[in-house]
Design a protein around this ligand. Structure first.
Ligand SMILES: [Zn+2]
Length: 442
């Protein structure tokens, strides 16, 4: 080997030793199996596609699929999630991915991207959420709020997983599957950065694009994206730190392609999408009959109580929903109550355990706000706390949630959530109070 060849080789070897290993990311806690991610994503996708308008343009569809599959060939997809990619005819700058592989890019995101690297970064970021299973990780964390949300019953019960998409009465914007934490955002950024690098793109493109959007496009066009993908702290700095670990950058990284510019041109030339009312009230939202004065007994998981005889209970594990017919809209409780057990983290007194519970409920319900903080009360003669919350109702508008907590043992708290739309809550207050008065804990 002559010297001329040896020197570049040595440089490569030397420079490799300068770079730390890339960040290896693993999915967090998850009570779902990877296959359930796939099943759930498919169900929600079906629902989504009924409500969204997809772009049906051969060239643009071929382009987004080809770009997506190229990215898919490089992401560390250990669970072999089957990715697919579609364009939504919506001019807001957004993209979202559902568990197990469906990735949707809004037309507005393609229109707003300057080049292919930026778009590839957005898609890579979304794929990061999929492979790191952030959606079902969120659902896992929010499981305690399942009653208020109808999450796990929907998912693990009869497979009506599309309900998750409609959590809180809104559409995907409100879905617990798409409410990522700032940490999840940082992780998705790292996956996006790594995959850009691995395909020879400028790895800075994604963070730059998000940064640009956050600064220049404040307002409605990006509102949905940033409400689901909260801006992580020091986004650009963290991405740059990762880039340093990845290795030498190509001297002229790929940034664009004629195919991207063609797809962007197609998007810009399409007619304005038809206005859609995604917050439309579900068709089956006729209000339930008033609570009956006659009561029947409920007895499950060490809780006994009496509830109006025109309400039905359904129990799944420790979780019970007691609601009138028509009280559950698309799997979400609009009228009725939840009884469940909460296990606090660490040694917690009633106040601390209740605070933990309320935090978890809020994590899973973006629109949830405390309207009355914890006040002391009694339940079955035991000290209890009562909090009142406001949340988005599945029938549209706001609902009132009253949460009562009581310790059953040092590491187990029972909680009761009474739910009704804010405008109807006064008519339900009596019935709720009578139920609470009848509670006997074992
Ligand atoms: Zn994100």
């Amino acid at each position: 080997m002559n010297k001329a060849k040896l020197i570049p080789l040595l440089l490569v070897v030397f420079s490799m030793t300068l770079f730390a290993q890339r960040t290896k990311l693993r999915p967090g806690t998850n009570i779902f199996s990877p296959q359930q991610d796939v099943d759930l994503g498919r169900e929600v996708a079906k629902d989504a596609e009924r409500q969204l308008e997809l772009i049906n343009n051969g060239n643009a569809n071929t382009y987004i699929s080809a770009l997506g599959q190229r990215l898919a060939s490089k992401v560390p997809n250990e669970n072999k999630f089957p990715f697919y990619f579609k364009i939504v005819n919506d001019r807001s700058i957004n993209a979202f991915a559902l568990p197990g592989g469906p990735v949707y890019v809004h037309r507005g995101a393609i229109e707003a991207a300057d080049n292919e690297a930026q778009l590839a970064g957005v898609i890579g970021h979304e794929m990061g959420h999929v492979i790191l299973r952030h959606g079902t990780n969120q659902a896992t964390k929010a499981q305690v709020g399942q009653g208020a949300l109808g999450i796990l019953g929907a998912v693990l019960g009869n497979g009506a997983a599309g309900q998750i998409a409609a959590v809180g009465g809104g559409f995907l914007a409100n879905s617990v599957l798409l409410k990522y934490s700032r940490d999840a955002e940082s992780q998705a950024d790292l996956i996006g950065t790594q995959v850009l690098y691995d395909l020879g793109y400028d790895p800075k493109a994604m963070a730059e694009f998000f940064d640009k959007l956050a600064k220049e496009h404040k307002g409605t066009k990006t509102e949905e994206f940033f409400s689901n993908h909260p801006i992580p702290e020091n986004r650009v700095t963290k991405v740059n730190a990762e880039i340093k670990k990845l290795g030498p950058l190509p001297p002229t990284p790929r940034t664009d392609s004629p195919d991207f510019q063609e797809a962007k041109r197609i998007m810009l030339s399409l007619p304005e999408p038809a206005k859609r009312d995604t917050k439309a009230t579900p068709a089956n939202s006729k209000p339930p009959a008033a609570p009956s004065a006659r009561t029947i007994e409920f007895n499950s998981n060490g809780v006994r109580l009496r509830h109006p005889d025109n309400w039905k209970s359904s129990v799944q594990g420790t979780h019970a929903t007691i609601a009138p017919d028509d009280g559950i809209i698309n799997g979400n409780l609009a009228y009725g109550m939840i009884v469940d057990v909460f296990q606090p983290q660490g040694a917690a007194d009633l106040d601390q355990a209740s605070a933990q519970l309320l935090n978890q409920l809020k994590q899973g319900n973006a629109g949830m706000q405390t309207t009355r903080s914890r006040v002391q009360t009694k339940l079955d003669g035991r000290p209890a706390l009562l909090a009142e919350l406001s949340n988005d109702s599945p029938i549209g508008g706001k609902e009132t949630d009253v949460v009562i907590t009581v310790l059953r043992s040092s590491n187990e708290m029972m909680y009761f959530v009474m739910v009704a739309p804010a405008k109807d809550f006064p008519q339900y207050r009596n019935a709720f109070n009578q139920v609470l008065d009848s509670v006997r804990l074992r």
